[in-house]
Design a protein around this ligand. Structure first.
Ligand code: AN7
Length: 354
């Protein structure tokens, strides 16, 4: 059967009617890739898997929630959707709105969104407003506007977003034939950790001995780590602009996921994020954006601090939430520059070191 997106596949696990007109770009069904080189390189004596969510149609996991949120908005007669975004939600909302034939308004923090994401929102003809403030400010405006006018808010406060995103945990359980021991993932607005926990609990409820619940291991950027610090951060800062968020909407449910799973929510520095970002691209051939690499940075940090001496190694899945092509500026500025070489054979041979 041809794959037609996650609503068609998981219809019976989702709050959708049989008659809903599905707005889909065939999101979901993303690869789970077993690491070949990373375990040895970092000293992890178990199996590491990447769930490459950058392979979704707009290049991030947001498409899972957006197919649900936009299909439900259209069913309810909505003609306009709105979101605040650090970039990926905007790109996804703009694409699904274009497909649905409705209008999309996005509020983004001024100058702090990756270039690929901006190009997507613009090409899909969203109304893009750069706010002279950060994501948290933008979200407050988006909420207020959606309360005053007939506009559907498609940030992860919209419960259908979480419902769509939980299907990634279903796919992992199906692909591995069991749940992993550890689920590593970045934490920004904390919708995704909430969604994964919900997904794993669904499978656990159906077959508790087969799908044993994983420990949820969430990582925030050190300059934007409100859940770790225990208070909102007024001026969040990190190179990983996707998770530059100071007051997460799903704070409470993220803490529940951490505590119920006996997991952790911790922070990683920008240096640790960039190191993981380079390692996974250079040693595994998998290119993710900086925010996504915080999951791997977290795994590396916990190997170094000896966490797995007291907890078994087992299977660790790292969610790579967005594609590396989203953020070409960070890629080029954190990699070795191309060599300038004269157009003659001798210079070229010298340059490659033969
Ligand atoms: C690549 O696009 O919040 O913890 O506005 O783009 O569910 O918020 C993006 C978040 C991780 C964090 N990785 O997920 C937005 C936005 C990537 C992201 C996160 C985001 P949540």
């Amino acid at each position: 059967m041809i794959y037609k997106g996650l609503i068609e596949k998981y219809r019976k696990f989702l709050p959708v009617s049989d008659t809903i007109s599905v707005i889909s770009l065939h999101e979901g069904n993303t690869p789970i890739i077993k690491a070949r080189n990373l375990p040895l390189k970092i000293g992890f004596n178990g199996e590491i898997y990447f769930k490459f969510e950058g392979m979704n149609p707009t290049g991030s996991f947001k498409d899972r929630g957006m197919t649900m949120a936009v299909s439900k908005a259209v069913e309810a007669g909505s003609k306009v959707i709105i979101c605040a975004s650090t970039g990926n939600t905007a790109a996804s909302a703009a694409a699904y709105a274009a497909r649905a034939g409705i209008k999309c308004i996005v509020l983004i923090p001024d100058g702090k969104i990756a270039f690929g994401k901006l190009s997507q929102a613009l090409m899909h003809r969203a109304e893009v407003l750069e706010i002279n403030g950060n994501f948290d400010d933008a979200l407050n405006f988006a909420k207020e506007l959606s309360g005053k006018y007939p506009i559907t808010l498609v940030n992860s406060v919209n419960p259908y977003r979480i419902e769509g995103q939980k299907t990634a945990a279903y796919e992992i359980c199906e692909n591995l034939g069991e749940a992993p021991d550890y689920q590593f993932l970045p934490v920004g607005n904390a919708g995704n950790i909430t969604a994964y926990w919900k997904g794993y609990k669904d499978y656990n409820k159906a077959e508790p001995s087969k799908y044993v619940l994983p420990k949820m291991m969430g990582f925030q950027a050190a300059g934007a780590a409100p859940i770790v610090e225990g208070y909102p951060i007024a001026k969040p800062e990190t190179i990983a602009t996707a998770i530059r968020i100071g007051n997460p909407v799903s704070w409470k449910t993220a803490v529940e996921a951490r505590d119920e799973s006996n997991g952790v929510i911790d922070k990683v520095t920008d240096e640790e994020i960039l190191e993981a970002y380079r390692i996974v691209a250079a040693t595994e051939g998998v290119f993710c954006e900086p925010a996504s690499a915080s999951s791997i940075a977290g795994l590396i940090k916990y190997v170094k601090r000896g966490y797995f001496k007291n907890n078994k190694f087992g299977k660790a899945v790292c969610i790579l939430t967005g594609h590396g092509l989203k953020d070409p500026d960070n890629a080029v500025s954190n990699a070795v520059k191309p060599k300038k070489v004269k157009a003659n054979m001798k210079d070229i041979i010298d340059a490659v070191g033969f």
